[in-house]
Design a protein around this ligand. Structure first.
Ligand code: ADP
Ligand code: MG
Length: 923
């Protein structure tokens, strides 16, 4: 016999020496045959770490789209995306196909959180020839079992969902759609492989005239094990089966399961880890006894991990070790050991009994004697040691696999520590047994960052399958309700085309001299007649009032470069809301201070004034304030020319260096600043606190200004689009609620669907509706969510980051006092996505009207144009800009639109407007 050698020093687990008796030396030249065998069957902790690492690699390979096909550990998606939460209710039926029988089960859930309600079940023996007969006969038999089980009930018309436990390898594409890949376990029915077994069962059931029975879920046995141990408070997210074979499943973050389309939430993955090692990954721990067991099996070369762990094999591993020892005369001297050559003469059940400490020795003796052997006391002791070693190894390997799962979960959720419940089922996992003890200890050693709570599963395939079915039903109902709620926010292409057409109509009305007053889009002339051409030069002052900060800037425009220096000044609330005189005095003070600091004292620099409040402009340097917004309410300003107000203040301060040449809206500033870098930039767009746009219109179309030549930039004030009721069909109940609570109800209706000030609020109202319907934050009061503006628009940006772990979403919600589980996080993300997508699409519909009008104006088949954009929502949201561009391309296919984010649009832009104006005046 080849002596199995193993290097390595530390053994596991330290508290329970494996097979080795105290005092027995484990290595060195004086090693006895028994010691060598025990050593070969003992895997040092370092090697177990390696097994764990390889298992993780194999699992990642199974999850990866590219490598999945070659992976040994298949990591099959189960399409089960939730664990029970206690609200499941109704009758569920389960059918389980097993080796020699069919089991049916009926369970009634009351939605009261009781996970162990009454159930009735029945087991039907299956005629042996069915396993090799036609598929039709097999499924007909199963359906007949259902019919018989239901008895009188089968005439009821009440819908009865059925869960089908089908423990064969399937390519599942939905919870209720699974193609059989190949039969195993002695089955080989014709015409089933490659077919959807759910459909086959449903057809057979229909043939029995049981139309109320609907097959809603197909599942593997591991999933049920996980489900039976799950409650709302303590969801169980991993299951382990250690029975004849071994397998496991766990709730994976779905973005790591690349083999499915779903991108958010979690899904139970059936690892099929029994095949781990089929590519040689376990070769260095296999012993000659394992090789013999494999050769004798019906499937040599495959399921290598299972053959080290499953109870179907442990007895035979022990048997081969004993054969080797007998051959070395270390056992059964004087006995005829030929009986040990027969597969299966030593069962795993016997191995378990021999290990037990009380009657183990007696059991060893009677078992060996029953085989016709004549064991000495020492033989019995050694056999017991071998049995222990084989079982301990199985438990340790299982622990390595489990540790791999736990590490994957911990990593993918970005957690430092993971607290998790693990369900275990199978004959090896006995309450006081050695397998259990070693599994727990070694998993703890291999996954020290995890706090594991092991739970013994009962009747995973029956009760668990019923739970899976009930959960599936709950999810279907919930999905229907969520879809109903969100449907009004999901716009079709036709909806968007209509918005585009309406915007176009309002634009035309706004431009017309007679119709202007009735338009919701004001279309204000800006007196900006040209975009920069790159020849602008000089030094300019700029003011920026009405954005997030008040700033004074000096902008030096030279050939090919612009330099800016600026200073932020505070406008105290008492000045914002005091007299107009005090406000403009303060502004002049700030300008004077700035000039001094910048060594510009005494210089007369042309000044561009970005004044982001609605104004009726009468000239480039003449702008009558229509109304204050954003917290300003200084008296005696509305109806006056703001340039005049500024100049009067300068006079009061004896400040003679002020020369205002232009008043600029922030959209115009944005267009101009981008226009300096890209001459095609003829549109400005803002999506920040509010939203607005401007663009270059033909003078001949601008009915509100004299003159037919050239173009003029029009400040659309499109935020007010819809204020005349033309968008009423789009507003949802949530939009109405948001609008009612604003300082300007009924106004800026388009803006309130799109911009940063409102998106968070819309989301908050939808979440409240979901809470109301008990779909979210069930059983929990969420007083925080009642607070206005608690849900910031910046949360949408974070929550929607592609691939952001749900635990991060959870953290955001927890900061708000919302204790969300992962499904709830997933749902919150969906709400955010729906709201921000609608915003981007509506913005695109508005822009589509603009670019199409420009294209028509110019009589072009194709228009290439650039949009200068500013605003934190546009710049920071992870998908807004992409959705905006995609939708625009779709709605205006004849326009090639480039988006250019602006840098300091209000500062640089104002200076450029001034520069263009100065150039115009000089030329
Ligand atoms: P303004 O429009 O007043 O000039 P901004 O363009 O900076 O100012 O926009 C500010 C608005 O942007 C805030 O009201 C807020 O709603 C929104 N916002 C802030 N941070 C983010 C973010 N990370 N993602 C999306 N929106 C944001
Ligand atoms: Mg701004």
């Amino acid at each position: 016999m080849a002596s199995p050698q193993r290097r390595g020093s530390r053994r596991y687990p330290d508290r329970s020496p494996m097979g080795l008796q105290p005092g027995e030396r484990s290595d060195g030249p004086a090693c006895t045959p028994v010691q060598r065998v025990l050593l070969a069957l003992t895997i040092p902790l370092e090697s177990l770490q390696m097994v764990k690492a390889r298992m993780m690699l194999a699992m990642n390979k199974g999850l990866n789209r590219q490598t999945h096909a070659q992976a040994t550990v298949k990591m099959l998606p189960t399409y089960i995306c939730s664990t029970p939460n206690g609200t499941e209710n109704g009758n569920v039926l389960v059918v389980e196909l097993r080796q020699s029988h069919v089991r049916t089960l009926l369970m009634t859930l009351m939605g009261d959180g009781n996970y162990s309600p009454e159930l009735s079940d029945h087991t039907f023996d299956m005629p042996e020839d069915l396993m090799q007969g036609t598929g039709e006969a097999l499924f007909d038999f199963i359906a007949q079992c259902v019919r018989q089980f239901l008895g009188d009930e089968c005439h009821s018309k009440n819908h009865l969902p059925l869960g089908f436990v089908f423990p064969f390898s399937c390519r599942q594409t939905r919870l209720d759609k699974a193609e059989l890949i190949s039969w195993s376990k002695g089955f080989s029915c014709s015409d089933v492989e490659g077919k959807d077994v759910v459909q086959l069962l449903q057809s057979a059931i229909n043939k029995q005239e049981l139309s109320q029975v609907e097959v809603v879920a197909l599942m593997n046995d591991t999933v049920g094990t996980m489900m039976t141990c799950s409650t709302r408070e303590t969801p169980c997210e991993v299951a382990l089966i250690v029975d004849k074979g071994t397998n496991s499943c766990f709730m994976a973050d779905v973005q790591y399961v690349q083999t499915v389309e779903e991108t958010s939430g979690r899904m139970c993955v059936n690892t099929e880890w029994g095949c781990f090692g089929d590519d040689g990954a376990l070769d260095d721990i296999l012993t000659p006894y394992d090789q013999h067991v494999d050769e004798e099996s019906s499937n040599p070369g495959v399921k290598r991990f299972e053959k080290l762990v499953g109870s179907l094999y442990l007895g035979d591993v022990v048997r081969h070790a004993l054969i080797a020892l007998a051959a070395e005369k270390a056992l059964f001297i004087g006995s005829n050991v030929t009986v040990l050559g027969t597969k299966g003469v030593l069962t795993t059940q016997q191995v378990l009994e021999i290990i037990s400490s009380e009657e183990g020795m007696t059991k060893a003796r009677t078992t060996l004697e029953a085989l016709g052997l004549r064991p000495s006391e020492r033989d019995c002791c050694r056999v017991q040691q071998v049995c222990r070693a084989v079982l301990s190894r199985a438990a340790a390997l299982c622990a390595a696999g489990l540790a791999a799962i736990l590490s994957l979960i911990r990593q993918s959720r970005g957690l430092e520590r993971l607290m998790i419940n693990v369900a275990v089922d199978g004959e090896l996992y006995q309450p006081q047994g050695r397998f259990k003890e070693i599994l727990h200890t070694v998993t703890g050693l291999l996954a020290p960052e995890c706090l594991i709570n092991f739970k013994l599963s009962e009747d995973g395939t029956g009760r668990g399958a019923a739970m899976v079915t009930a959960v599936a039903l709950r999810l279907t109902d919930q999905r229907r309700e969520v879809n109903q709620l969100l449907a009004p926010l999901r716009l079709t292409r036709a909806d968007l085309e209509r918005v585009q057409a309406l915007m176009r109509q309002e634009m035309d009305l706004g431009l017309g001299q007679e119709t202007n007053a009735s338009a919701s889009v004001r279309m204000l002339p800006t007196y900006v007649r040209g975009t920069p051409d790159g020849t602008e030069q000089g030094e300019f002052l700029a003011l920026d009032l009405g954005g997030t900060n008040f700033r004074v800037l000096v902008v030096r425009v030279a050939e090919k470069s612009i330099q800016i220096a600026s200073q932020i000044y505070v406008i105290p609330t008492n000045i914002m809301q005091g007299t107009g005189e005090a406000l403009f005095d303060h502004i002049v003070d700030c300008i004077m201070d700035f000039q001094m600091r910048q060594d510009l004292k005494g210089q007369v620099l042309p000044l561009g004034f970005t004044f982001s409040f609605p104004c009726k402009q009468l000239g480039l340097d003449k702008a009558v304030l229509l109304n204050w917004t954003k917290g300003f309410s200084a008296s005696d300003c509305v109806g006056k020319d703001v340039v005049q107000l500024l100049q009067e203040a300068a006079q009061r301060k004896q400040y003679l260096a002020l020369k205002v040449v232009a008043v600029v809206n922030d959209t115009v500033g944005t267009m101009m600043s981008c226009g300096y870098d890209d001459p095609k930039c003829e549109i400005g767009l803002i999506v920040g606190t509010g939203t607005n746009a401007c663009y270059m219109e033909e003078m001949q179309n601008v009915g509100t200004v004299e003159g037919e030549q050239g173009r003029m930039c029009i400040n659309m004030e499109w935020g007010a689009f819809g204020d005349n009721g033309c968008l009423d069909h789009l507003f949802t109940e949530f939009d109405q609620m948001v609008d009612e609570k604003t300082i300007n109800p009924g106004k800026q209706r388009f803006e309130k669907l799109i911009s940063g000030m409102y998106l968070g609020e819309i989301v908050r109202h939808i979440l409240l509706a979901l809470v109301e319907k008990s779909i979210l934050f069930q059983d929990k009061t969420c007083p925080t969510l009642q607070n206005r503006d608690i849900f910031k628009t910046k949360f949408l940006s974070t929550i929607e980051i592609d691939g952001l772990a749900l635990t991060k979403v959870q953290a955001i919600l927890w900061d708000l006092g919302l204790q969300a589980n992962f499904e709830e996080c997933s749902l919150v993300r969906e709400v955010c996505q729906t709201v921000s997508l609608r915003a981007a699409q509506l913005c695109a519909a508005g822009l589509a009207a603009v670019v199409e009008k420009m294209r028509e104006n110019r009589g072009l088949g194709q228009l290439a144009v650039t949009v200068g954009v500013d605003g934190t929502l546009y710049k920071m949201h992870p998908c807004f800009s992409q959705h905006l561009q995609q939708t625009l391309q779709d709605l205006a296919p004849n326009c090639v639109v480039t988006f250019l984010p602006s840098e300091d649009g209000s500062g640089k832009g104002a200076a450029l407007v001034a520069a263009v104006a100065v150039r115009g005046a000089e030329s």
